[in-house]
Design a binder for this molecule. Sequence first.
Ligand code: SF4
Length: 170
Amino acid sequence: MASHSRSKILVSACLLGQAVRYNGTYRLAGHEILARWQQEARIVALCPELAVGFPTPRAPVEIARGGDGADVLAGAARLFENGGRDVTDLYSAAAHIAVARAVAAGCRYAVLTDGSPSCGSTFIYDGSFSGATKPGRGTTAAALAAAGIVMFPESDIERLDLVLASEERT
Ligand code: SF4
């Protein structure tokens, strides 16, 4: 018998075959480990941008030059669509929705789509809309980190699976 109950994991919805990205695509579908976690009822799927009311497709958004998600939440940086609309307040609200959802579901872990201005956990785009990236977190990832949730990019799903196996070993 397992000594721990199964950990819940917040997962970016676009990693589960949901075509919710800004350009109407998904990022992963049918990933073997994510499918197993779904069968184990571990997964709490969320797209924070849709949760706050954005449609799909929607304009690409980047955090203005120099800033990252933590700066946004501290009021020291802003996010803009490529057409110039300031969407900082909506992205901040999306981050708070994600934290509330994760806490309510008891998630200690998250697997998030890297590079997103919301979900990026190791890199984001640099604000120039040129395709250039830089190390940093998006707004939702920064808020989840501040709430103590341990996050992994989609390239590191296997590592979280090993962590869970170790924690839940009999
Ligand atoms: S906000 Fe997150 S879950 Fe939604 S499409 Fe972007 S990366 Fe995926």
